[in-house]
Design a protein around this ligand. Structure first.
Ligand SMILES: NC(=O)c1ccc[n+]([C@@H]2O[C@H](COP(=O)([O-])OP(=O)(O)OC[C@H]3O[C@@H](n4cnc5c(N)ncnc54)[C@H](O)[C@@H]3O)[C@@H](O)[C@H]2O)c1
Length: 336
């Protein structure tokens, strides 16, 4: 079978450090060929292409999509920079991989969803946490438990490493840009989120200067799921210099307190599943995406664009609620 021909838009951090290394085994096995790269930074696209067998280089995705015959396209752009690549790919029937957050504009997400849905293409949103074996084990465990509530606490340390991730208007804030992974993972087992109420701890004019950073210090978000379970997510972003980061995900069922991490599951104080060394979720996600591109079946990926909408709605609805003093927001009608 000839290799699948892949194109990339955006050759920045996540392309270089996660997706290309994740695809490497598929290139080595002859399943995938990197055909074309596009980045508006011409020096960068040439530099990355030189390390990855010299695919054709472009600085305009419209030209790339006009000139190249691709089977699949990775769109790895900051969320405010999506324009028409999704629409062109759907029209040309090119399978899509789109990094999260898919956009910060729900109207644009609904438009893309409609076009992608009508085209019938395979489209995976980059919620790679669903590909951890620990996520599969969690799903299996919870199918046999009575779910009640969830508590997720994320304490981030260090400063944002890219300009756009330091700006609320460009990344949507840490809850949208980062915590969306945990929200989506919980959604994968609890089902859709229907309403939210959120409070954020904002930056104040007299706060210590932190370069271009205008993100809130903390995000405290409550969710209610369709199945009437509830969740609380707390994301802290004021530990910049502390040198400690921590993620705690506690799932509470009748008579069962489950602590989840990407390589270990502990239930009622006892380790019930463990993996050492931990799997590379990006590689597992890449392999699953390639299989789906070959099968052409949109439901062969774990986060199709349409399904992933509720995770995006949930984090953007939290922003909307916090901006309105904690007002209860109906998640599914956001932006409609
Ligand atoms: N899954 C994860 O764990 C994870 C981790 C980090 C980032 N991400 C997501 O990946 C996406 C990209 O993030 P990143 O960290 O790689 O950002 P980045 O800023 O490092 O890279 C983005 C690249 O896109 C290029 N670009 C901008 N506009 C373009 C355009 N119109 N056409 C072509 N190229 C263009 C930029 O020049 C840059 O090289 C974001 O949505 C981010 O949230 C996901």
């Amino acid at each position: 079978m000839p290799p699948l021909k892949y194109g990339f838009i955006g050759l920045g951090h996540i392309a270089q450090h996660a997706h290309l290394p994740g695809i490497r085994p598929l290139i080595e096995s002859g399943d995938v060929r990197l055909q074309a790269f596009c980045d508006t930074n011409e020096d960068l696209v040439r530099e990355v292409a030189a390390k990855w067998n010299h695919p054709a280089c472009y600085t305009d995705h419209r030209v790339m999509l006009e000139q190249e015959d691709l089977d699949a396209l990775y769109i790895l752009l900051p969320p405010t920079l999506h324009t028409d690549a999704e629409l062109i790919a759907a029209e040309k029937h090119i399978a899509l991989f789109v990094e999260k957050p898919q956009t910060l504009d729900m109207e644009q997400a609904y438009q893309f969803d409609e076009v992608i849905g009508k085209s019938g293409i395979v489209c995976q949103v980059g919620f790679m946490s669903r590909y951890y074996p620990a996520a599969e084990h969690l799903g299996a465990l919870l199918r046999e438990r009575r779910l009640r509530h969830v508590n997720v606490q994320l304490f981030y340390s260090g400063a944002p490493i890219r300009f756009w991730t330091s700006r609320m208007e460009l990344c949507g804030g840490s809850f949208v840009e980062n915590t969306i992974h945990s929200v989506d993972l919980i959604r994968s087992v609890f089902g859709d989120i229907v309403q939210t109420s959120a409070f954020y701890v904002p930056r104040r004019p007299d706060d210590p200067e932190r370069g271009p950073w205008n993100l809130p210090h903390a995000y405290v978000v409550n969710y209610q799921f369709e199945n009437e379970c509830a969740a609380n997510f707390t994301t802290s972003r004021c530990l910049t210099e502390a040198g400690v980061s921590r993620r705690e995900m506690l799932i509470v069922c009748d008579d069962s307190l489950i602590e989840w991490s990407s390589h270990r599951i502990v239930e009622n104080g006892r380790t019930v599943w463990e993996e050492d060394p931990p799997s590379n979720a990006f590689a597992l996600q890449a392999a699953a995406f390639a299989r789906a591109v070959r099968s052409g079946n949109p439901s062969d990926v774990r986060s199709p664009y349409h399904d992933a909408l509720n995770s995006l709605q949930a984090v953007l609805a939290a922003n909307a609620s916090a901006a309105r003093g904690g007002e209860l927001i109906a998640v599914r009608s956001l932006g409609r």
